[in-house]
Design a protein around this ligand. Structure first.
Ligand code: HSE
Length: 439
């Protein structure tokens, strides 16, 4: 069979990895696919550099629009990232009737609906395995492997930078700022790490998975984002003493009232598998009605792991190019007419349990005032511990609550912060048991 011609936009870390995977495993890929994958054209700022990586025959250009418009290119592989030029390029590629592979989570979480609609209109495929959790084939699992299920929830450690920082803070007792500096020196964290540590990157990924799981349009604007930059290593230590780990989780869950879509630091029991995913690794736990709980673990970033996902998408497209469009797997897993808006629950309506920490005057009656506020809002206490005495007159209290609706906890916190015996604000971290059905 005639080789499939790909045009790669961007020869950075993942672009180089893609060429390397295609070269290194050319024979195996061709044995599986029944045809070769040919890097026909590359758009790069540094043609000289690209020459060292690509074959003599690969066409080079500094103008990415030449790639998307070239009549010989079958599949455009967008690895620019960002949403400005990448969006124009992807839409133009689709307009030109090209299939698209992209690793661009931001683009899909923010503009996926427009891109998928255009792809349907033009009868082309848009594949994005590398956009979520790097080398872990979670998109394939959600779209195909779990297709016989009603998915109930997805919980993921889907930002390696944050997971590295939290793991180091726990293991070494270091502060957030110190570990971030170290992560930057090691090249794990970007010079501007905001996107990773404030939850945006995880938000993009959980938004995409939520749409795939529940058959909704992508809706990044509705995703609640809270990062790890304000976490105190004391909370990590106290959580550990209580049998929990703190992880930055992306969570999406279908409830009777709507869909939860959120990213925030979360206490999870240390006995759960996902609590033991450390360093830069990623993991996604899916709970579905027929299969129950499944877990996917692996490298969420890096040149070759991400390229592994990119090349798998190229192979998928290569197989399906000649298939009737109705027989292809739809981009959002469900037939486009079945992709329907559903209510995304505001955080006040989310049900969770909570870790609260507060510093108070160390004097009689303080505990009673706090427990009264909890009782007034019908928030049940799971554990209440005086964690330590900060100085002669100040004590620190940690409270774990049972499940309750978030607005009640916020009302309790507002009440606690008004008490004259309370010093400073209340630290609140959500907790997930990740136990049992839809846990
Ligand atoms: N910056 C991401 C992370 C990898 O730290 O996991 C790419 O999404």
């Amino acid at each position: 069979m005639k080789p499939v011609n790909i045009g790669i936009l961007g020869l950075g870390t993942v672009g180089k990895g893609t060429v390397e995977v295609l070269n290194h495993n050319a024979e195996e890929i061709s044995r599986r696919l029944g045809r070769d994958v040919n890097v026909f054209m590359v758009s790069t700022r540094n043609v000289e550099n690209a020459r060292r990586i690509c074959s003599e025959q690969t066409l080079m250009t500094t103008d990415p629009f030449e790639v998307v418009k070239h009549p010989e290119v079958d599949v455009v592989v967008e690895l620019f990232g960002g949403t400005e030029i990448a969006k124009d390029l992807v839409l133009e590629a689709i307009n030109q009737g090209k299939h698209v592979v992209t690793a661009n989570k931001k683009l899909l979480a923010e503009y996926g609906n427009e891109i998928f609609a255009k792809a349907e209109e033009k009868n082309v495929m848009v594949q994005f395995e590398a956009a979520v959790a790097g080398g872990i084939p979670i998109i394939k699992a959600l779209r195909e492997g779990l297709a016989a299920n009603n998915i109930r929830s997805i919980v993921g450690i889907i930002n390696g930078t944050s997971n590295f920082i939290l793991s180091e803070m726990r293991e070494k007792g270091s502060s957030f700022a110190d570990v971030l500096k170290q992560a930057q020196e090691l090249g794990y964290a970007e010079a501007d790490p905001t996107f990773d540590i404030e939850g945006h990157d995880a938000g993009h990924k959980i938004t995409i998975m939520s749409a795939l799981a529940f058959g909704t349009p992508v809706n990044f604007n509705a995703c609640y984002l809270e990062g790890i930059s304000k976490l105190d290593s004391r909370d990590i230590k106290y959580a550990e003493e209580l049998g929990y780990r703190i992880k930055l989780l992306g969570i999406t869950r279908k409830t009777g009232k709507g869909i939860e879509l959120r990213v925030h630091p979360t206490l999870i029991p240390e006995v759960r598998l996902i609590a033991n995913v450390n360093g830069v690794m990623n993991a996604v736990r899916v709970d579905a009605d027929m299969v129950g709980e499944t877990m996917y673990y692996g490298a969420g970033a890096g040149s070759l792991p991400t390229a592994s996902a990119v090349v798998a998408d190229i192979m998928d497209i290569s197989r399906l190019i000649t298939a009737d469009t109705g027989n292809r797997v739809p981009p959002l897993a469900f037939q486009s007419g079945e992709v329907k808006e559903q209510v995304i629950l505001p955080m006040d309506e989310v049900v969770s349990s909570y870790y609260l920490r507060v510093q108070v005057d160390d004097e009689p009656g303080v505990m009673a005032q706090i427990t009264k506020l909890l009782a007034d809002e019908k928030v049940s206490i799971e554990a209440l511990i005086q964690k330590g005495v900060i100085d002669q007159s100040t004590a620190e209290i940690v409270i774990l609550t049972h499940s309750t609706i978030e607005k009640r906890v916020k009302a309790v916190i507002a009440g606690i912060e008004q008490l004259p015996c309370v010093r400073g604000g209340v630290t609140m971290i959500r907790m997930e048991s990740l136990h049992g059905r839809n846990g």
